[in-house]
Each structure stands twice: as C-alpha cells, then as structure tokens.
Design a protein around this ligand. Structure first.
Ligand SMILES: O=C(COP(=O)(O)O)N(O)CCCOP(=O)(O)O
Ligand SMILES: [Zn+2]
Length: 305
C-alpha cells in the first residue's frame, strides 16, 4: 500500500534497522524494487529525482503508485533531491507521499527558510519531508579536522536545524558521496559523528550515496565491455553499524544502474541475434532484484512489513 515516508521511517529508527530508498527511472526498476520487497515482507521507498521526473514524468509516477498501491507492503513514493519549493509542490501534486527539499548548498539560515516553507506546505497535505544539512563528499581518513568539518554535518547544528524547520527526517553528511567512486578503497564513514547526531536527535536520519558498488558487478561490467575506473562503495558493515545508530533511510541508485547495465550488456553480447526487449530488460530486472534483496537483508528490514 502507498504510505508516507514517516509511516516507514519512524518505525525503522525506533527498531534500529534501515529501509533502502531506491531510485527508479522505468517500469522494470520499479518492479524489481517493489516485488522483491514484497516477497521478503519488507517496507521500501521508491524515489524519483528531478531527472527521473523529467525522463518519465507522471507516467512513471503512475506506474510506481499503481504497483505500490497493489503491493501488500508499505511503499512510499519519494522526491529525491528536490531543488525548490515549487519542485516539492509539483511532486506532491503528482502523488508523491514524501518529498526532499535539498537546500544544503545554501547557508544555514537560508536552508532553514527554504525547508520550513516546504514542511509547512507538505504537512498541511499530510506529506512527509526530508531535508539535508551538510554536504555529501567522500573524506579521506587522514583529512585534517577543520577541512572535514567544513562540510560534514555538525551535530549541534542538526539539533537547531530540526527544531527550526520541523523536518521529518534529515539527510546528514557523514563521508558518503554519490556515484561509483566513493573514495580510495573502503570509504571512511564518520561513525562517531552519526552516533553523536543520533544521541541528540530523535527523527529518522538519512544516508545518501549508500551504494555498495559490489566488486562482482564491477568485474562483470568491465568483462561485458563497460569502462569504469577505480570504483568503490559503502561497506555492508558500515551500513549495518550506521542503521543501528539512527540511520533509517538509505539511498541506493548506482548499484541498480550498474546491475541493469551489466545484464543488458551480457544478454546482447551473448545473444547477438536477440532484439526482443523483454529478453533484454527481463534479465536486467532479475539482476536488479538480486541487488535489492541483498540491500534489504543487509539493512535488516526483511520481515518488518
Ligand atoms: O544518494 C543517492 C544515490 O547514491 P548512490 O550513488 O550511492 O547510489 N541519490 O540521492 C540518487 C541521486 C540520483 O540523482 P540523478 O537521478 O539526478 O542522477
Ligand atoms: Zn542523494
């Protein structure tokens, strides 16, 4: 059933498990996410960025809402990285049940103002809100403190921000970053910072940039003709530690992108005569389903629905 983000994330924070929020850009990705979560009795969030809305629009939102609405598990449709009040309102009109306003690149006061505006409007319509404080970016473990503090989320500021905005959940910068290159080797995650923020706050916390970029998928990506550099993702153990300390929403996009591309490349390479799209997109859906299953198990949300 289609629910709000709070319906999923408040229990997750209380239960000290994480719920993945997977990005979607088409029907097969959406099916892989929701059908796998339903099979494993897990709540799940499906998110569309502004790029996905540009690409699939109301058609794609309707596919997500329809599959979510018929599912027997809680599913939220979330706007990822909404860049403005207008973008958040547009998503709510499209039927999203959770919206992010990402004003983290603005100074604190402006971020508060922008976020509070969206919170007031969204709450009036029963929609949950995610905001962001601090800026994503991989950090090298040896990085000097003041530089690291320059963009990681300050725990005291987080308390102020939540009080002043009323946001339902908060994306925090803790060393993760978007994409396939999250640092040299195992990215450094500032667990002390997560635990400090969790001690001072009660709302669900969000980790962006949480794809694992599994070596096996990267190897198959290369073997099937893909070009990718020194890719690295977030270790499962880091996610498990973080979800035990307040992280309730875990964003994953890159892993699904890599898996779908690997499956498509492999099918076309091994079957040069193939041109039935179902024979190409079907295996992509299956491999993405395996990625979804792994994440649900790592984050501990299996059986929570
Ligand atoms: O946190 C993440 C993804 O993290 P990941 O790269 O580690 O999967 N996201 O919010 C996904 C952002 C996707 O935006 P766009 O559709 O514009 O490319
Ligand atoms: Zn993100």
């Amino acid at each position: 059933m289609l629910v709000t983000g709070n319906d999923i994330l408040v229990p997750a924070r209380a239960g000290r498990y994480g719920v993945p929020s997977f990005n979607t850009n088409n029907m097969e990705i959406t099916q892989a996410i929701i059908h796998t979560a339903e099979r494993l009795r897990s709540p799940v969030m499906v998110q569309m960025s502004e790029g996905a809305i540009k690409y699939g629009g109301q058609d794609l939102a309707n596919i997500v809402k329809d599959i979510a609405g018929r599912a027997t598990i809680p599913v939220a449709l979330h706007l990822d990285h909404g860049s403005s009040y207008e973008s958040a309102l547009k998503a709510i009109k499209m039927g999203f049940t959770s919206v992010m306003i990402d004003a983290s690149h603005h100074p604190f006061e402006e971020n508060v103002r922008e976020t509070r505006r969206v919170v007031e409007a969204a709450h009036a319509m029963g929609i949950s809100v995610e905001a962001e404080l601090g800026r994503l970016g991989g950090i090298e473990e040896h990085i000097v403190v003041d530089e690291k503090d320059a963009f990681l989320t300050d725990p005291e500021e987080a308390v102020q921000f939540i009080e002043q905005t009323g946001t339902d959940y908060l994306a925090i910068a803790i060393g993760t970053s978007h994409g396939a290159y999250k640092g040299k080797g195992r990215p450094y995650i500032d667990h002390a910072r997560i635990e400090k923020i969790a001690q001072l706050t009660t709302i669900p916390l969000v980790a962006h940039g949480s794809s694992g970029v599994p070596a096996e998928i990267v190897g198959r990506f290369r073997a099937s003709g893909g070009e990718i550099g020194d890719a690295a993702g977030i270790a499962d153990e880091d996610l498990q530690r973080a979800t035990g300390h307040g992280i309730a929403k875990v964003n994953v996009d890159t892993d699904l992108r890599l898996a779908s591309t690997v499956a498509i490349r492999e099918v076309l390479q091994q079957n040069p005569k193939e041109f039935d799209p179902r024979k190409v997109f079907g295996p992509a859906r299956d491999l993405m389903g395996q990625i979804v299953e792994h994440k649900l198990r790592v984050l501990g949300s299996v059986g929570k629905a």
